[in-house]
Design a protein around this ligand. Structure first.
Ligand SMILES: *Cc1c(COP(=O)(O)O)cnc(C)c1O
Length: 365
C-alpha cells in the first residue's frame, strides 16, 4: 500500500549530467552517506561504481566498512570519526581516512604501525564552516607531523579538502581563499596531494573555478537541486525517488465534519474524504499539515487536516476517487521533494533522507 520507486537509471543520468558541467578532467566522488540520502546505500554505490565514479564518500567509518563488505572496490573516503574508531580495520580494508586534527593523525599512525601498512589520508581543513577539520592556525603543525609520518612510511597523503558553508557568494569565496592558503602552506611544507577537493553539489554548480581535482556530489546524484528554488531540471537532473501510496478508504461526509486530530479542518460542504496510509512515520513531516499537496489521478489536493503517524486524510470534493487509486506523495508526476520541503519549511535533502522504512522499495533502471 506504500511504494517507493528508486530509479537507478536516473542516478546514472544525473552523474553524467554533472560530468558535463564539470568537464572530463575533474574526478567525481559520489556521496552515499545516510543510506544514500534515503535511496539505499548499496544499490546506489553499485550503480555509480558500474558507471565508473572515481570515489565514494561517506560520513561514518561503519558506512565505509559496509560498502567494502558488500564488495565495493572503488576508493572510499570516510570523514566523521568516533573518538574510538578502528583505523586499523580501515587500513586493512583500503578505506581512506579524513584527518581533522593532530590527535586523529596520531591515531592513524598508531593504526598504521599495527596494520603494518600506511594509512591513506585526506587532510580536512576547516576553512570556515567550523565543523570538523583543522583550522588554518593549527594546519602548519599538522603538516609538519604529517610529513614525518610520511617519512616513517605510516601515511600516504592522498588528498586535502574542505567544505563550504553555502551562506552566500561572499562567504563561500572567502572560504575558497582560505583553501588556497591551505594549499600554499602544504606546498611550502613540501607535501603534495593528488586530490584537492572542496565543492559539494552547490559549490560545483556555482564555482567552476573551485572544482580542483575532484568534486563531491550528493544531492545532485539524487536528482535534486542543492539550492532551495526547485531548479533541478535546469541542471539536467531527474529525481530518483518516487513515493506513492494507495487510497485505502473513501467516504462521503456531511458539511461541518471535523477531520483528523485537532480538527485543523472541517468540511465546508458535503464531500468525499480519502484516507491515505502515509504519515510522519513515513517521513511526511507533521508540520506540513495544512500546506503540503499530493497528487491523486493527476490532480493536486492540499492535505488540509493533521498528518498523523500512519495516515492522512484528503478532501477530494466530488472527484471520483476510489480505494486503490494511486496517490503521489512526491516524485515524478506529482509534487516535487522541493514542494514538500517548502511546505514543511525544510530542504529537499531532509525529505528524502528521512523517508520511512515502511515503504515497499522497488529498484528500477
Ligand atoms: C554531505 C557532504 C557532501 C555532499 O553534499 P551535497 O550537497 O549533497 O552534494 C560533500 N562533502 C561533505 C563533506 C559532506 O558532508
Amino acid at each position: 500500500m506504500r511504494k517507493l520507486t528508486i530509479d537507478l537509471g536516473n542516478v546514472a543520468h544525473n552523474l553524467s549530467s554533472m560530468r558535463k558541467h564539470i568537464g572530463p578532467k575533474v574526478k567525481v566522488m559520489g556521496v552515499v552517506k545516510a543510506d544514500a540520502y534515503g535511496h539505499g546505500m548499496l544499490q546506489v554505490a553499485r550503480k555509480i561504481e558500474a558507471e565508473g565514479v572515481d570515489y565514494i564518500g561517506v560520513a561514518d567509518m561503519s558506512e565505509a566498512q559496509t560498502l567494502r563488505a558488500a564488495g565495493i572496490k572503488t576508493p572510499i573516503l570516510a570523514w566523521l570519526h568516533d573518538p574510538e574508531d578502528d583505523f586499523v580495520s580501515a587500513i586493512k580494508h583500503d578505506i581512506d581516512v579524513a584527518v581533522s586534527s593532530q590527535e586523529q593523525l596520531l591515531r592513524v599512525t598508531k593504526a598504521a604501525e599495527l596494520a603494518g601498512k600506511p594509512c591513506q589520508i585526506h587532510i580536512k581543513v576547516d576553512t570556515g564552516l567550523s565543523r570538523n577539520g583543522v583550522t588554518i592556525d593549527e594546519l602548519e603543525e599538522l603538516l609538519i607531523q604529517t610529513k614525518e609520518a610520511v617519512a616513517n612510511g605510516l601515511v600516504q597523503t592522498i588528498g586535502i579538502f574542505s567544505h563550504l558553508s553555502s551562506t552566500g557568494a561572499e562567504e563561500d569565496l572567502s572560504q575558497i581563499e582560505r583553501f588556497e592558503l591551505a594549499l600554499a602552506m602544504a606546498s611550502k611544507a613540501g607535501i603534495s596531494f593528488e586530490l584537492r577537493h572542496l565543492t559539494a553539489s552547490d559549490g560545483t554548480l556555482s564555482y567552476p573555478q573551485a572544482h580542483y581535482d575532484m568534486v563531491r556530489l550528493g544531492i545532485a546524484l539524487y536528482g535534486l537541486s542543492p539550492f532551495s528554488d526547485n531548479r533541478a531540471q535546469e541542471f539536467g537532473l531527474k529525481p530518483v525517488m518516487l513515493a506513492e501510496a494507495k487510497v485505502v478508504q473513501t467516504k462521503r461526509v456531511q458539511a461541518g465534519e471535523g477531520v483528523s486530530y485537532g480538527y485543523l479542518y472541517r468540511t465546508p460542504k458535503e464531500t468525499t474524504l480519502a484516507l491515505v496510509p502515509v504519515g510522519y512515520a513515513e517521513g511526511l513531516p507533521r508540520n506540513a499539515s495544512g500546506k503540503a499537496e499530493v497528487s491523486i489521478n493527476g490532480k493536486l489536493y492540499k492535505i488540509h487536516s493533521r498528518i498523523a503517524m500512519d495516515q492522512f486524510v484528503v478532501d477530494v470534493g466530488d472527484a471520483s476517487v476510489s480505494p486503490g487509486d494511486t496517490v503521489i506523495i512526491f516524485g515524478e508526476g506529482g509534487p516535487s521533494a522541493d514542494d514538500l520541503a517548502t511546505a514543511a519549511e525544510t530542504i529537499n535533502y531532509e525529505i528524502v533522507t528521512r523517508i520511512g522504512s515502511r515503504f515497499n522499495r522497488e529498484y528500477i533502471g
